[in-house]
Write a protein that binds this ligand. Structure first.
Ligand code: IMP
Length: 196
């Protein structure tokens, strides 16, 4: 069976992609290949960070692999937090509550609340690099609403639903989310190849 390394140790992401890809391809995590490194994400773009992670695995292990990076891009903030989405409130750590509070305070009094979540996946297969992107447009709510999901879910309201990701619930979120859309493009690519 074909194997692909997903350059992450995030168990949630691994199980999400295994559920979408099914049993055609075996998805391995960094731990599965004994790669303990927390690969530094030091690029200034989502594409750059996904490339760093995928290239690290390909260059050190010679295995086909892919990596992802996600950012929240807010129009009134000139595209911020963007590549700094995980560490928006504090440069040295990911504090979801503080990130959300900071975002709401930066947008206080602003009418333009348009934003988009964007996920970039870079796949390296036999040395060839492929880029897939998933995007969901929406707006930032004026206060936190809902209990499900993680990160900015309580304040991101996708595509005129009038509800936040945290109110919509995981199943609905996973049918329209930035990550699901990028993962679907990756899967379509793999399916095209395995059908050859
Ligand atoms: P990552 O590149 O997938 O680790 O995502 C970077 C950061 O974006 C995360 O730490 C979260 O703060 C935020 N994020 C990514 N995806 C989502 C989502 O689906 N909902 C809410 N926040 C997200």
């Amino acid at each position: 069976m074909k194997q692909l390394v997903f350059a992450t140790n995030n168990a949630h992401k691994i199980s999400e992609i295994r559920a979408i890809i099914g049993d055609k391809i075996e998805i391995l995590s960094l731990a599965d290949i004994n790669c303990p490194t927390d690969i530094p994400e030091i690029a200034e773009t989502l594409e750059g960070n996904a490339l760093i992670k995928a290239r690290y695995v390909y260059e050190h292990y010679g295995l086909d692999c892919f990596a992802d990076d996600t950012g929240l891009e807010v129009v009134a903030l000139g595209g911020a937090p963007g590549v700094h989405t995980a560490r928006y409130a504090y440069a040295d750590r990911n504090d979801p509550e503080a990130n959300t509070r900071k975002l709401l305070s930066e947008l206080e009094g602003k009418n333009d609340r348009r934003a988009a979540f964007r996920t970039v996946i870079v796949l390296i297969e036999n040395g060839e690099e492929y880029v897939f992107e998933g995007r969901v447009d929406g707006e930032i709510a004026t206060e936190e609403r809902g209990k499900e999901g993680f990160g900015y879910d309580p304040v991101f309201s996708p595509e005129n639903t009038g509800r936040t990701f945290a109110e919509l619930g995981v199943a609905m979120k996973n049918s329209i989310s930035h990550r699901a859309r990028a993962v679907r493009k990756l899967c379509e690519h793999i399916e095209r190849e395995t059908a050859l």
